[in-house]
Structure formats: C-alpha cells, structure tokens
Design a protein around this ligand. Sequence first.
Ligand SMILES: [Zn+2]
Length: 340
Amino acid sequence: MSLDHDERYSRQILFRGIGVEGQKRLASARVAVVGCGATGSAVSALLARAGVGTIRIVDRDYVEPSNLQRQTLFDEVDARESLPKAIAAARRVAAFNSQIVVEPEVADLTPENIESLLEGAQLILDGTDNFETRYLVNDYAVKADVPWIYAAAVGGYGATLNVVPGTTACLACIFPDLPTGMVETCETAGVLNPAVNLVASIEAAEALKFLVGATENIRRTLLSWDVWTNEHAEIQAGKPRADCRACGEHDFIHLEGKGRPHITLCGRNSVQIHERHRPVDFGEMSERLKPHGAVRHNGFVLKFWREPYEMTLFSDGRAIIKGTTDTGVARSLYARFVGS
Ligand SMILES: [Zn+2]
C-alpha cells in the first residue's frame, strides 16, 4: 500500500506555520535523537509521524518491562526479547510511517564516536537520562554549530531548553558544572508519563519550527513544569555568556573525554562496561557461558544470568551488568566471563 504523501500530511499542510513548503523541508530534514527511553520515544514518534525525512536514533540500552509504563515505542514482545531500544524503535516507526528513514544505532554516545554518530544532523534532540551525555552533546553542538534541544523529566517535573549556538545560551552557560551531590533520577523519584510527554511534545514542536525555518517562533527560555503540583516557570535563556566554558572559551572538556567515569544507568541498579572493542560471536559465547549460568541470545543481545547478576552483552562487546552499582564488581564479572 502506497499512501499519498499530500493526503497523509494534509492536516499539517493546512496548518499555516507549515504549509506545502514546510512539509517539503520536513521531508528533506535530518535529525538525531540521542537516547530512546521515554522522551526519546515520544519525540521520535511525533517527528516520524510529522514526516521528518531521516531520524537517526542512538541508544545504548535494551527494552525491559519497567519501560513500558512510559516508553511509547515499545511493547511486551520487545521487553521479552530484550531488544535494543534503537532497533525496536526503528521497527515500530516503520510500521506507522514507512516513507521516512530511521537509522538505528545501538551505541553509547562517547567522545570517540559522537562525531560519526551525529554527523549530518541539522538538529539534535535530547532523549537521554543523564547529564554526562547532555554536556557531551552540548560541547559537540557548540563546536559544530548545530542546534540541540535539551529535555528532561523526573517525578512529575519536566524541563526543556533550546540551544542555538552563537545565538542563545548553551547548557553550560546556564549550568556551568555537572550537578553534584544527590540528584533525583527516575530510579529514586520515579517518573510520570504525562511529565515525559509534556516535555517531549514541546521539544517536538520546537523541532518542527527549527526544521521549517520558523525562527521567529522559537522559544528562548528554560521552561519547566510540574504536572503534579502545577508549578511552572520560564527563565530567560538570554545570549551566550562570554565567560562560558563552552561558548565563550571553547574549552570542550566533555568532548575531550576528561574524567569520564563508568556510567550507572538511570532506572535500575546497573553498570555499563565498554572497554572491549571487538565483536562478540554470540553462539560461541553462549557455549562458553552455559556451564556458569542461564544464557540466551537473539541477533542483537546475549543475556547471561548468574545470581545475583544479570549481564546483557551487545555484539560490539559492550555490556550492561544489572544487580550492582559497584564498577569494580561489574568489571571483574565481565573480565571473568567475557574476557578482557
Ligand atoms: Zn555557553
């Protein structure tokens, strides 16, 4: 079945801010979504339905049952199979819009791969759950002069900010340093799906404005909203600060990868290991692990259970070890069973 392009997008073409010309611009647009959890799912789905021509989805994680409450691109089968989120997202989008291209990338965004993963994107959308990655994206965006949209949700609260390098304040202008001390995460405070969808909707609307060139309508504030308490605020984002480490001084510490720790994922008790960079043969690895615990694999991931740990191994050698937040424990488990 081939759907008529104009018919599919007719309600959006009727909208004055988009029109025929805007729809054409969307069709030729190329964006990257970094992280495909709850906000990443929602923003990817909205932009895919709106007809954004190419969407690269970068995600390091796999689908689990606890994701289904808010991560709208995934279903129970994806969770049972532990499908990588980028792969599951691409499949789901293809089912409702086969006329656009989704490029799934099962990878952790790092200083080493960020250029190749985000190259060519005219806009970067935040779907991550952690500040390390956001500061990395901010450094890249400022250096490469590519706009990006920050979006975050935790508890009943969501916040979003447009960053247009050279024109508006960047993330580091507003928050010069990574938050320290106790930071609420989805793991400690939970998260409501309307909070996620609120910020993802605003993020998608701002993305549409960028992509059709409606620059005069682009919001220039840090917007926050708590859907539970009804508290909301807008802070002027203003101009880039001359003394900003990223915009002003061009000191891209995150892009240089200084002091990057092992990453503990949001949403569960787990550690990611990505020290080994050679492909894993899942068949061979399965045989090797069988005597030591339960093991199962599909084309994308291998899962290995050894109480109290659960290891998920990706084909590039990266692993997520669940059941600990101790990087030493995770590393030794990996070295023992996968090899170094
Ligand atoms: Zn700045």
